[in-house]
Design a protein around this ligand. Structure first.
Ligand SMILES: [Zn+2]
Length: 88
């Protein structure tokens, strides 16, 4: 049921073009919460893709279930050890 990282990249174009179902979008967003490497990649990707950034911002969680899940995952992320700071 969970998407793999490869599936996230496969879904990226469809996500941009609005072709994903509600459930696919939810899984896509959940993966980003659970997978910092993908979240970082998509953040960098979105920097060069205004459409993608807007799609993320304009896609609100449709159900309270989604909100509860995100709150749960946010708490887990907060409890996770901090990422190493970048050294120049
Ligand atoms: Zn991933």
């Amino acid at each position: 049921m969970h998407l793999s990282c490869q599936e996230i990249f496969d879904f990226l174009i469809d996500y941009q073009e609005g072709k994903l179902s509600w459930w696919q979008r939810m899984k896509f967003r959940l993966h980003l919460w659970m997978c910092p490497p993908c979240a970082r990649y998509l953040k960098a990707y979105s920097a060069s893709s205004e459409i993608f950034r807007q799609a993320l911002e304009q896609d609100p969680p449709p159900e309270s279930l989604m909100e509860l899940t995100e709150n749960f995952l946010r708490k887990q992320r907060r409890d996770a050890p901090p990422e190493p700071t970048r050294k120049d």
